[in-house]
Design a protein around this ligand. Structure first.
Ligand code: BTN
Length: 325
């Protein structure tokens, strides 16, 4: 562990610690502590410094722990997850699993990180990933069939994510096609599914999800859209380890159901969570924008939009709600 993470382990309790005590515990000077504290701010953490009291994190940190997460998994799920790596820092948990997949790591490999230096969102966007406060999780799943059979997989993942959240927090979560996790129109989480393989199989999917649990104010300034976190929804901070386990429990069950039944097993649940059905929307495509009314999804997971008298079908794109209806 590098020094700044040793310092963070002490500050994680959210209490004040003087520079002198921190220096003594880590065997470095107060000046060195001060320098490390500056470095912590680059992780997206807010630190309070109060004369006479010392330093304190604006919010305590519950570190992610492999053994704790494993202990909270259903036994049948635990058996399906041969690798569960937790990193303090990483470029992107999806990128890490992409490399591991190419090295032949088994299906069910999981990667979690406290901080992503280069978290990736859909459409090439950045996923704001400050340290120790949200969930950044990726799962590798291998399929016998080719990539074409995985077209609706990200919708199934959205349903699994909502189920996992409902296992932990009572709130009205919803989904926006294809797979944005929303609460009252604000983005709570996102899903990035990256698929590769031979056209006739086998194939694999790297399923990444980011879930806002308690976003520090400074990092929040970098998010370019209305957002929310679980803390702001419930005024409580659910355990990150428990949430990680709940997500994995639901996600593995979803992968197994998708393997045996495909998207069919998720259609009713997805439609019940659809927040745009019947609403005036704009679909943003690479070369055009389509204005119409969302009409849910077809059985393959494609978005249906009514434009005048036409019912049009779209397999990709981004939708936003229109202000007028
Ligand atoms: C979106 O744009 O809505 C998708 C966001 C996906 C973010 C997650 S965080 C864990 C995983 N690693 C990444 O780099 N991205 C995904």
């Amino acid at each position: 562990m590098t020094d700044r993470f040793a310092l963070l382990q002490i500050l994680a309790d959210g209490h004040f610690h003087s520079g002198e005590v921190l220096g003594d515990r880590l065997g470095v000077t107060r000046a060195a502590i001060w320098k490390q504290l500056r470095g912590l701010e680059s992780l997206g953490l807010n630190i309070h410094a109060v004369r006479g009291r010392g330093y304190c994190l604006a919010q305590p940190i519950e570190f992610l722990q492999t053994e704790q997460i494993r202990g909270l998994l259903a036994p049948s799920v635990r058996e399906c997850l041969p690798l569960l790596d937790v990193f303090h820092e990483i470029d992107s948990t999806n990128t890490y699993l992409k490399t591991r997949a190419a090295q032949g790591v088994a299906s069910g490999a999981v990667c979690l990180a406290e901080w992503q230096r280069a978290g990736r969102g859909r459409q090439g966007r950045v996923w704001v990933s400050p340290f120790g406060c949200n969930l950044y999780l990726s799962l590798l799943w291998r399929f016998a069939a080719g990539p074409a059979s995985l077209a609706g997989l990200s919708l199934a993942v959205g349903v699994a994510l909502v189920q996992a959240l409902r296992d932990c927090v009572d709130a009205d979560f919803g989904l926006k096609w294809p797979n944005d996790l929303l609460w009252r129109g604000r983005k709570l989480g996102g899903i990035l599914v990256e698929i590769a393989g031979e056209s006739s199989g086998p194939s694999h999917a790297i399923i990444g999800m980011g879930l806002n649990i308690r976003m520090p104010d400074d990092a929040a300034g970098e998010i370019g859209q209305p957002w929310v976190d679980l803390y702001r929804i419930s005024r409580e901070q659910p355990s990150r380890n428990a949430l990680a386990a709940a997500v994995l429990n639901r996600l593995v069950a979803a992968m197994q159901a998708f393997e045996s039944q495909g998207l069919k097993a998720f259609l009713d649940a997805w439609r019940a969570l659809d927040v745009t059905a019947g609403k005036a929307v704009q679909l943003h495509l690479a070369t055009e924008t389509v204005d119409g009314h969302a009409h849910g999804i077809d059985d393959d997971g494609a978005l249906l939009i009514r434009v005048g008298n036409d019912l049009r079908r779209y397999a990709s794109g981004e939708i936003s709600l229109r202000m007028t209806s």
